[in-house]
Design a protein around this ligand. Sequence first.
Ligand SMILES: NC(=O)c1ccc[n+]([C@@H]2O[C@H](COP(=O)([O-])OP(=O)(O)OC[C@H]3O[C@@H](n4cnc5c(N)ncnc54)[C@H](O)[C@@H]3O)[C@@H](O)[C@H]2O)c1
Length: 400
Amino acid sequence: MNVATGRRLGVGLISAGWMGRLHSRAYRAIPDKYADLEVTPDLVIVADPDLANASAAQRQFGYRQSTADYREVLAHADVEAVSICAPNYLHREFALAAAAAGKPFWIEKPMGISAAQAADVVAAAESAGLVTGVGFTYRHAPAVEYAKTLIAQGAIGRITNVHCKLNADYSADPRGARTWRFELGKAGTGVLGDLLSHGFDLAQYLVGSPVGAVSALTETFIKERPAPGAGTGHNAAVADDAPMLPVENEDYAALLVRFGCGAAGTFEATRVGVGSRCDYGISVHGTAGVIGWNFERMNEVEICSGPFARDYGYTREMSDHRFGDFARFQPGAGMGLSFDDLKTIEGARFVRSVVSGTQVAASVADALATSRIASAAIESVSSGRWVTVPEPTGKTTFDL
Ligand SMILES: NC(=O)c1ccc[n+]([C@@H]2O[C@H](COP(=O)([O-])OP(=O)(O)OC[C@H]3O[C@@H](n4cnc5c(N)ncnc54)[C@H](O)[C@@H]3O)[C@@H](O)[C@H]2O)c1
């Protein structure tokens, strides 16, 4: 554990899967990377119904206690802030309980299995007057922050159109387990929530304007998968004789959109894209240039802007101290950050929100905004028509 500096902030963790472990690592890194915050997260208690997993996380990260019951986390007197890293169908219950306990929470996307559930979370958090954080991990990547600054300064002129893709291969193997992610009742949507929630937030963050209308199609390419054995999430084992179960949500989605500011956009996502590892990219095109970023090369940005834009096309800039929080992690240009570092940036924004009382992290209202786009996409798939997305409500931060 890092040497304690400044104020202690008691933290509780609900669910110690992939994300729960990553939140824990982020809390531990904060006193080092964000010493000026003068906050030392104190890892108090972790809950997971898989008790072996909870106590392994306790040992690994130095939580003082572990339990199977999330209510013990919320009731603990030393817990001042909570991470909610459960599968989607538990988000609403846990978030409402955290709000009732008056504890600010950092919750994973997509925040529930539907826009209605996300709206309940926003209502509970905002009526309790809580700051929140949401796992929109890509919006604060230093290269994305740099792109946002350039776009806001007018470097690409008026935004005309946006292209966003989230093509992954994490479920490309048809023998991959049919975990909670493939069940309607546990995940809600497929790629619309799991991947495109990130893309919707990223696009709205860079454009500074909400998606206002959607026309969509979806496909499920792999119709059934073997039941999961031991383990959790993407690492669940599969026995040779495991029964096959239906895949209940979409493997693929494609959307045409119109942003509130008038810009056009396209989004595409797959979780079964053979060859696409984490091909999560966005390009924002304007009347005077274009800026592109891709998570697979997250420490650089491609820019075409300035007086010679039409002559030279894209140039590549590597991350340096001008890029968001880069200098907190690396001293020299071109030295890379990792996915875990992005989670530390996200966690530091949540902690800063908690100790300052000012919402500087992505908020539950931002998550609701992305859920409403997903919901409009589903409606469009069934009606075959364009669907209007309701205006964002609540304390959004993508447009600040
Ligand atoms: N921000 C990101 O980039 C990102 C990446 C991956 C996942 N996620 C999100 O994080 C969440 C968790 O995903 P994951 O990949 O960590 O899942 P996971 O399957 O690895 O872990 C889920 C954990 O929840 C626990 N759990 C199940 N029931 C519970 C209960 N009743 N109470 C408490 N814990 C319970 C499981 O035992 C498991 O340890 C999902 O909402 C997912 O969409 C976000």
